[in-house]
Write a protein that binds this ligand. Structure first.
Ligand SMILES: Cc1ncc(COP(=O)(O)O)c(C=O)c1O
Length: 427
């Protein structure tokens, strides 16, 4: 088995450089990537791999999609950053495009996912205080256990991942926890005084692709409406085609890329939070979307970002959204996801190493039949790497599988074959 010690010198040296001069805030799988195209990435020694993580669902459109790279190059030669001190010629058209694409009155663009979540929290609090007259010190947002919404001080304040939290206090107050996928607990929490909103991932990606009951989000929406609270859906990882719908909160819709927002299946949030694949992984672009009544509580000077809404980012984002629609990536994710789960579930029937297969569209996970403290999932990922496929464990014993949505059926079958062969080594 090739491991870090047997890799060729190029990779070895580069990893040593990162370890020596970079902060140790990540524990990467030992592989040094140098190039990407579509569903493939290559390491510095030229070995090719299937990317089965897609930078945590940012590269839904595939690596270096030519249409998105063209948008980047063209805009880079024209103007990259104006700040919001002035208007720029690309932001207005983007605002119009993206609000129509997702069906909201207004958009507020930011950069990283965590910034978009922060923006949504600020908007929710301000709306509650200004429009619903909830006093500041009583304003609360309900969040789910097992959440992952990013790494800022406020966001880790309501995480229950001790690794992400420990040592970073004092923490931001004003959050109530409920178990995920527990409508009863949410009903209780909503009774508390001062609840302004419920912030939730339609599927918890980082927690291990934890997929709630079909009615959970709809019930959450009903409870929010009944209690005059806002529903904030974090679709940073689940959105933009990944789960076989434009948004995971669309449910099993039949839209052709641009959301038709079918009332029977779509649970429309009050604040939609997007990031990652909004730019196809080419440039950091995130955003929140909401209707006028809510978004208009933020006025000039009350929120912002130097880079948010810059011409380079928004041109990239428009191209990235075009690609989702033009290449039917949502539909492809749904079709391939069904094949993937069917084949892995069939494998699981006679497997000792797999205890669960779950997911939606091309956001899936396998649960390794071992404790979260074991290193089995890590060793499986090392062998997957050796066999030409890159994935990473989450929560110790879960492996998330999220390939670019531009994958074709033949490539998927090849990947399923690699995964099965690798798992076989551990049976
Ligand atoms: C659901 C969710 N929200 C927020 C974030 C944070 O995004 P970023 O890392 O761009 O700040 C992530 C990142 O993995 C995520 O998966």
């Amino acid at each position: 088995m090739a491991d870090v010690n047997t890799l060729q010198r190029g990779s070895q040296e580069l990893m040593e450089l990162e370890n020596r001069y970079g902060a140790h805030n990540y524990h990467p799988l030992p592989v040094v990537l140098d190039r990407g195209e579509g569903v493939y990435v290559w390491d510095v020694e030229g070995k090719r791999y299937y990317d089965f993580l897609s930078s945590y669902s940012a590269v839904n459109q595939g690596h270096c999609h030519p249409r998105i790279i063209d948008a980047l190059k063209n805009q880079a030669e024209q103007i990259t950053l104006t700040s919001r001190a002035f208007y720029n010629s690309k932001l207005g058209p983007f605002d119009e495009y993206v609000t129509q694409y997702f069906g909201f009155d207004k958009v507020l663009p930011m950069n990283s996912g965590a910034e978009a979540v922060e923006t949504a929290i600020k908007l929710c609090r301000k709306y509650a205080q200004e429009k619903l007259h909830i006093p500041e010190h009583k304003t609360k947002i309900v969040v789910a256990d097992g959440n992952f919404h990013g790494r800022t001080t406020t966001i880790i304040s309501f995480s229950n991942d001790e690794e992400a939290r420990d040592g970073y206090g004092p923490y931001t107050p004003g959050f109530i926890h409920v178990p995920y996928n527990d409508t009863e607990a949410l009903t209780q929490a909503m009774q508390e005084e001062g609840v302004a909103g419920f912030l939730v991932e339609p599927i918890q990606g980082e927690a291990g692709v934890v997929t709630p009951d079909e009615q959970y989000l709809r019930e959450a929406k009903r409870l929010c409406q009944e209690n005059k609270a806002l529903l904030l859906t974090d679709e940073i990882q689940t959105g933009i085609g990944r789960t076989g719908s434009l948004l995971a909160s669309c449910g099993p819709c039949t839209c052709q890329g641009v959301c038709e927002r079918q009332p029977e299946t779509y649970v429309r949030p009050d604040i939609l939070i997007l990031g990652k694949a909004l730019s196809g992984g080419v440039y950091p672009v995130s955003a929140i979307l909401a209707d006028d009544e809510i978004m208009n509580v933020i006025q000039p000077g009350q929120h912002g970002s130097t880079f948010g809404g810059n011409p380079l980012g928004v041109q990239v984002a428009m191209a990235a959204l075009d690609v989702i629609q033009e290449e039917n990536l949502t539909q492809n994710a749904r079709r391939l996801g069904e094949i993937f789960r069917a084949e892995l579930m069939a494998y699981k029937e006679n497997s000792k190493i797999l205890s669960r297969v779950r997911g939606r569209g091309l956001l899936n996970a396998i649960v390794i039949n071992d404790s979260p403290e074991s290193d089995t999932a890590w060793r499986v990922c090392l062998r997957l790497r050796d066999n030409g496929l890159l994935a990473k464990p989450t929560q110790g014993n879960i492996i998330r599988f999220a390939p670019p949505l531009v994958m074709n059926e033949e490539q998927l079958e090849d990947c399923i074959d690699i995964i099965k062969r690798t798992l076989q080594e551990f049976e």
